[in-house]
Design a protein around this ligand. Structure first.
Ligand code: FMN
Length: 218
C-alpha cells in the first residue's frame, strides 16, 4: 500500500456507475458505516486524501489535507506529527470534520466526529504501510528542518537516507512524534454526482442505538 501523492502520480478518477451507486438507491443501506466501506478503498488499494478540519485554539476553523490511512468499518484514521498544530487543536477540542473528495469529483463523503489518539501498535502498523519516502518525511518534517535553506535541506535529507540503508534498502522505524488518530463519526453525509438528475446527498446522524437518514438537496 503506497501513497501516490508524494512524489508521484495522482490516482485515476473513479468511474462510477451512477445507476447502481448505492447512494442513488431509493432504499439506501440503513448503516452508513457499511456504506462508507463500500465506497472507500480496501486493504492494498491506494489511500485517499481528505481535508481534516479542526477548531482552532482561537475558535477559528482550521483545515489541511492528510491521507486517510485506514477505515476499519467504524473509525477513520489519519497519522501525523504529535508536535503539529492540528494535534494541539485536537487536544483542546477533539471535534473534527473530514471531507473526502473522489478524483473526478464523482463522490464526496463528509464525516463529523470525535478524534482520539490511536494505540501505538496501530500507528506503528500504519507507519510500516507508508512508502519509504513518507517514512523518512515523518522524521525530517520538523520545525527546525523547515527553517533551513534548500541546499541544507537536500544535504540533510540525503544524509539521513544514507544513514538508514540508502535509497536501495531504506529502513526506518517510527519517530517518537509519529501519532495516529481515529475518528468515530456521529454524522456522515454522502454525495454522488449524477449526469441525468440532480446530484444526490444523504445524511446519517447517530441516534441512541442506530442512525437516522435524511435525503438533502445540494
Ligand atoms: C496531498 C497531501 C497529503 C498530506 N498528507 C499528510 C498526512 O497524511 N499527515 C500529515 O500530518 N500531513 C499531511 N500533509 C501535510 C498537511 O496538509 C499539513 O500541511 C501538515 O500536516 C501540517 O498541518 P497543521 O499545521 O495544520 O497541523 C499532506 C499534504 C498534502 C498536500
Amino acid at each position: 500500500m503506497t501513497a501516490s501523492y508524494a512524489p508521484g502520480i495522482p490516482p485515476a478518477a473513479v468511474v462510477i456507475d451512477h445507476a447502481t451507486d448505492p447512494v442513488q438507491s431509493d432504499t439506501p443501506l440503513a448503516d452508513p458505516l457499511a456504506l462508507a466501506a463500500a465506497w472507500l478503498p480496501g486493504p492494498g488499494e491506494d489511500r485517499m486524501l481528505m481535508t481534516v478540519s479542526t477548531v482552532g485554539v482561537d475558535g477559528v476553523p482550521d483545515a489541511r489535507t492528510t491521507m486517510l490511512s485506514d477505515y476499519d468499518g467504524e473509525r477513520f484514521f489519519f497519522h501525523t506529527d504529535a508536535n503539529s498544530r492540528k494535534v494541539a487543536e485536537l487536544s483542546a477540542n477533539p471535534g473534527v470534520a473530514l471531507t473526502i473528495l473522489w478524483p473526478g469529483f464523482t463522490r464526496q463523503l463528509v464525516v463529523q466526529g470525535t478524534a482520539q489518539r490511536s494505540s501505538r501498535e496501530e500507528s506503528d502498523a500504519a507507519y510500516r504501510r507508508r512508502s519509504p519516502y513518507l517514512q523518512q518525511l515523518a522524521w525530517q518534517n520538523t520545525a527546525e528542518f523547515a527553517q533551513l535553506p534548500l541546499d541544507e535541506r537536500r544535504a540533510r535529507w540525503a544524509e539521513f537516507l544514507r544513514a538508514h540503508g540508502g535509497a536501495d534498502e531504506p529502513a526506518f522505524t517510527p519517530p517518537e512524534a509519529w501519532a495516529g488518530f481515529a475518528v468515530t463519526p456521529h454524522r456522515l453525509v454522502f454525495w454522488v454526482s449524477n449526469p441525468d438528475a440532480a446530484s444526490r446527498r444523504i445524511a446519517y446522524a447517530r441516534t441512541g442505538d442506530g442512525w437516522s437518514l435524511t435525503a438533502l438537496p445540494g
